[in-house]
Design a protein around this ligand. Sequence first.
Ligand SMILES: Nc1nc2c(ncn2[C@@H]2O[C@H](COP(=O)(O)OP(=O)(O)OP(=O)(O)O)[C@@H](O)[C@H]2O)c(=O)[nH]1
Ligand SMILES: [Mg+2]
Length: 1030
Amino acid sequence: MADIECPNIRNICILAHVDHGKTTLADHLIAAAADGLVHPKQAGRLRFMDYLDEEQRRAITMKSSSVTLSFNDIYHINLIDSPGHMDFCSEVSTAARLSDGALVLVDAVEGVHIQTHAVLRQAWTERLSPCLVLNKIDRLISELKLSPLEAYSKLVRIVHEVNGIMSAFKSEKYLSDVDLLLAGPAGENLENLELVEDDEEDTFQPQKGNVAFVCALDGWGFRINEFAEFYVSKLGASAAALQKALWGPKYYNQKTKMIVGKKGMGGGSKARPMFVQFVLEPLWQVYQAALEPDGDKSMLQKVIKSFNLNVPARELQHKDPKVVLQAVLSRWLPLSDAILSMVVKCMPDPMRAQSFRISRLLPKREVSDDGPSSNVLAEAELVRKSVEACDFSPEAPCVAFVSKMFAVPIKMLPQRGPNGDILNNSTDEGGSGESDECFIAFARVFSGVLFAGQRVFVLSALYDPLKPESMQKHVQEAELHSLYLMMGQGLKPVALAKAGNIVAIRGLGQHILKSATLSSTKNCWPFSSLVFQVSPTLRVAIEPSDPTDMGALMKGLRLLNRADPFVEVSVSARGEHVLAAAGEVHLERCIKDLKDRFARVSLEVSPPLVPYKETIQGEVSDLLENLKSLSGSLDHIERKTPNGRCCVRVQVLKLPPSLTKVLDKSADLLGDIIGGKLGQSNKSSETQRSGRLEDENPIEALRKRIMDAVEGDILGGSEESDKDRAEKCKAMWLKFLKRIWALGPRQIGPNILFTPDSRGEDAEFPVLVRGSSHVSGRLGFVDESSNGGMDAEPSSVVTPALCREAESLESSVISGFQLATAAGPLCEEPMWGLAFVIEARISPLEGQQSDELETSYQPLEQYGIFTGQVMNTVKDACRTAVLQKKPRLVEAMYFCELNTPTEYLGPMYAVLARRRARVLKEEMQEGSSLFTVHAYVPVSESFGFADELRRWTSGASSALLVLSHWEALPEDPFFVPKTEEEIEEFGDGSSVLHNTARKLIDAVRRQKGLPVEEKVVQHATKQRTLARKV
Ligand SMILES: Nc1nc2c(ncn2[C@@H]2O[C@H](COP(=O)(O)OP(=O)(O)OP(=O)(O)O)[C@@H](O)[C@H]2O)c(=O)[nH]1
Ligand SMILES: [Mg+2]
């Protein structure tokens, strides 16, 4: 590796939707370009990169892994195969970070799918140079039986669709660039506008050579370049002209021997584009000749002769026509040559790639470079420059990025070092010697040279070289034990790795949990964090079957947490060990790993812990009614503290749904704003360069989103005639936004506590706990400084002491609200999208009890208890208020994409119906018998969904699930038939009702150990008394 020049290195990954053929393609590349790892005969069937048992068993890739190829003896290609299943999409992020180019595969029959979108976005965000590979061309011929012309239009459509996706990303960037310029200081912008690149050209163009047409299963493939060269002598045109003409509406006029447009063909009906005539038709002929019983076998001989192919007679005379076909095609159009020459030609070497990936990898930091830190900054800038240049000289600062850690059994490690010396693998880095697993870092060197035995700094993503306190927390020193080249599962020891290479590093197991930056100097910024497209949502509780194995389980969970970049291990509030995975397949693999490798004990796994929320019924159109009742203060719950000194009145109403969504989505940002981490006035001129409004002034952006949400919901939902009402309603809401006291639960949730209206009076409880619109202030809805404005209470019983007491009770009211929103009345799940107005009033102590003797010490002693009482009363009142306002259960929904052949539509719909799914759209895929169906499926119904679907459709349907949104069940969980009609329809309630909401609530309550109202005997017949007759 050491003697390969940087310009001859390529780091690439293969990305695609699940099952589009990534691993099959990798097999062929490995068979052709990695010495003896895969025999050419096995290529395409071995699935070399799927070396885990679980991957072979399920036939899907679950992790990304790399292999080093050498092409034409000069190029050194690091190839990373990635998984396509949604559950493992974090592995796509880790693969993309280490690569410079991406081969994006699309199944020519199935076309673009959700994961295709996701991987294209990943490639775009990581600034990879993509090439398109249209795979499974053979299926167009032998399965769909399309004519060459039909196949051509299908391929054109796919290329067009993929380009459409890319151009959407580009225009997003274009718009944000323009925004940025327009937001800058006035005057100088307009002329700069021309600098913004409006790249209208399609990303993928077969004429440019970045699109390949392949059949990975049979090992053939081509770009139009190969055909262009072949036809030079036959058609008498230059290769460059043919290259341009072999795609798109270009025709060859046989008479004039000219390349012409459609018009030039003079309306001849047999005219077909050159790609069809010169590329697809010969291919189709070869297929027909080989596969059809009466095929013209001389056609094969013709191909063999004209291309001078060396096909052994043994293979040509094989009985299986497929073998014959493969023998000819894989020699005529070798797959690995087509792909690897495309990689070498269209993908950048590390030096060029790093020069434009730098802004994503190490974004420029805006810090003033004066004072004592200027040395640090100067060196950090030097490091950045050397990453940008991919400086691989030994003197350059050494920087590498570890994108994930993975576990390898120690016995699998190579026994000998790079020079043939025997390695001592048992001396493992402290701590993990207790297990048989060793942790290896999957990394890329971006600058300098990394060598075994080197000492480096390990910087976590939060490290800041300018903050001394960061030095202790976010940086560690480590020694690199050994370096390896990865050959799929195999590791090949190397002494050093230069910038621009992908390596595996041993010796960091104790220092890195998931990802990190390695650097030879502390004066270096950490690389930007990886972007994951989903978060782990499927949670289960785990415990050992034998309680004495608890220690082993804890150790196992620790190891699993290290070995899997995406799993989350935590301890729940009730002390359970909770494992969160991305989906069922991922979860199953984690449990298997725990049982067989990391913990090695038998485990009990709970049914999935499905998260729910609780809300109340209400439509956007009801909002105005809600608001009216609020000011009339009729519709409230009143509770008193046990000591009778405080009276709490609570009203609850539903927030506009879009507002709830905005609050939920911006939880992190809200946390920062409310916690005071983000100030109001960070709109300085330097930060304006960094990007859109979001980055520039997040508070402003959030405020705008909140206003838009309120406005959109209220005005959007109302009819033309209701415009007046809607306007009024909007004005009222905007007023309410000035009264936000707190959010809950955990200070950031999607529920709001409004400050009470101070106008109401109450003789018995004269002093109001007013609260403050603190959150409104932080969000900029009111001026924080002008907040307050408390005028003295007029009444004579109100003493300053009492006012102070009321003030000190504010935190109790907030705590009560937080507790209530964290655990609703239905099944103690968090509340969702509710607004509370809590009016807590206290009465003077003396007024009531001044005659009594205890008065003198009561205030002191009662003080602590009183705050607790207020808190509990507020909590109870809030929960009761929700119960009174038609409570509803909210469940999480998956967006589901299904693909089914027409004949299995029936069973598929049956499965969907059983799972309470809601179908959004169904679409026949053009030119095939496949239906694509989009639906929402509740998370609670999704377990075993894919398996059931497979069973009922004999494996012909596939489904992919992505977490989508929260949705309230319209059903009333407490519904009992009352009117005559209802009783007629549903029975009198004594027989089992089909109440899904109630069933779900009871299941959660049972899981949490809460009381459940159950009738155990449902159809009891009168029991006989068995009198004992003696
Ligand atoms: N007919 C045909 N089948 C193919 C072709 N390429 C791959 N396949 C089949 O498609 C299936 C999936 O192939 P894989 O290579 O495992 O797909 P993958 O993209 O690696 O799948 P994941 O890693 O699970 O996302 C296998 O059954 C292959 O045999 C092809 O060119 N033509
Ligand atoms: Mg695969």
